[in-house]
Design a protein around this ligand. Structure first.
Ligand code: SF4
Length: 396
């Protein structure tokens, strides 16, 4: 018999603990959170504030910045103040490196979450003649990492803030590479080492990521992480992303292949699509992934046939017109079909349908019911009238 899950048409998400980042929650029963990162130098407070606001207005719910120096960390205080004065609070995350632990402690005062990369906590110089680390050497470095990390963990814990343990496949520490290889296992063990340090200090506001630029590596790392966390009784939320995905169609498809595959299996609580384009362009991709999987509905769902020899009007044109007129009506499903050869069920139970009927005429549907036939030239206008008559219209 088929497993019960095979009949599910809704994704059941892995149970995770809720982690607060400002007023946004990652994990728990919260919807999957969309985030991105600004490119601006945070020393340029004006430009950084404008970029954060731009992203937030696009629907980016958490914004990340990098803080390469103490001056950058201090600038975050001004950025935060400016956002509060001129706009609204935006949950902020700062990326920091181990050699800037003072920087991390400073920035932790001004942001809601700090992201650290375990691969950058290296206390060993890469050596060409070394081929392994003894367990003693391995543990000794672990102790140094713990001592280094402790003040930041305590600061975040005491302020009720969060930390992302963000492992990258491309920057694993040498001792992890030698011990576990350049593998998902090495990535997972890196994350677990840092989680254990945090837990020993009673800090649990953690989000974990295991990014890679190769989708199969990224998939394996997250799946293994979930497996290990389940074994260990850990329920930390996961931040999903494919690094260095590039740009254009392929960058979007590559990100979607990684992120959506995991989301469909119920894995993932926040996502970032990394594109080599303006960060604002990442946000619609995130929301499209979430909508396609039925995890969040933030726009009109258009159902449209690809058109064929039976098509009775220019489907591409009509879909474009219908979209321009209705794309602000969040929550509706609208179908545009060249004909209704296989019955109204083909419209996937859309709320409204615009269907080719005969040359020069189209039919409008409400659900599966044909409401009226109108000349094609009035099709879009009549569709709007029908939505208005049903009280489901709002002005753009
Ligand atoms: Fe062709 Fe009709 Fe199918 Fe559209 S719905 S692809 S027009 S058969």
């Amino acid at each position: 018999a088929a497993p019960e899950a095979a009949f599910d048409t809704k994704i059941t998400r892995r149970r995770t603990r809720p982690v607060k980042v400002g007023d946004v929650t990652i994990g728990g029963s919260a919807p999957v959170v969309v985030q991105s990162m600004i490119n601006e130098d945070t020393l340029d407070v004006e430009a950084a504030v404008a970029a954060i606001q731009r992203l937030h207005e696009q629907g980016c719910e958490i914004v990340r910045v990098t803080v390469p120096s103490m001056a950058h960390a201090r600038a975050l205080a001004d950025i935060r103040t400016r956002l509060l004065q001129d706009y609204q609070p935006v949950p902020l995350v700062a990326d920091v490196h181990h050699n800037g632990m003072k920087i991390a402690l400073e920035v932790a005062k001004h942001v809601d979450k700090v992201r650290i990369n375990p691969g950058l906590y290296v206390f060993e110089k890469p050596t060409s003649d070394r081929t392994e680390y003894t367990p003693e050497e391995f543990a000794k470095i672990g102790t140094k990492i713990r001592e280094t990390l402790e003040p930041l963990v305590i600061s975040l814990r005491d302020q009720g803030k969060a930390m992302r343990i963000g492992v990258n496949h491309g920057s694993l520490a040498e001792r992890m590479l030698f011990t576990y290889g350049d593998t998902p296992e090495g990535m997972v063990e890196s994350a677990l080492e840092f989680i254990r340090i945090c837990e020993s200090l009673e800090f649990y506001n953690l989000v974990i990521s295991l990014k890679a630029s190769r989708v199969p590596v990224m998939l394996a790392a997250y799946r293994l992480m979930v497996h290990r966390m389940d074994e260990l009784g850990m329920d930390y939320p996961l931040h999903l992303g494919v690094t260095e995905a590039g740009d254009g169609d392929y960058g979007r498809i590559k990100s979607t292949a990684g992120i959506a595959t995991l989301l469909a299996a119920g894995i993932g609580d926040t996502i970032r699509v990394s594109l080599t384009e303006a960060p604002e362009k990442e946000i619609p991709v995130c929301y499209s992934i979430l909508q396609a999987l039925g995890l969040r509905k933030t726009m009109v769902e258009y159902v449209a046939c690809p058109s064929c020899g039976r098509t009775l009007f220019n489907l591409e044109d009509v879909l474009h017109k219908v979209r321009s007129a209705t794309s602000h009506l969040t929550g509706l499903d609208i179908a545009v079909m060249g004909c209704i050869v296989n019955g109204p069920g083909e419209m996937a139970d859309a709320d409204y349908g615009y269907v080719g009927k005969q040359a020069g005429a189209i039919a409008l549907y409400r659900g599966r019911e044909e409401i009226k036939r109108v000349p094609e030239a009035q099709g879009v206008e009549e569709l709007i009238n029908l939505i208005k008559a049903d009280g489901r219209w709002v002005d753009p």
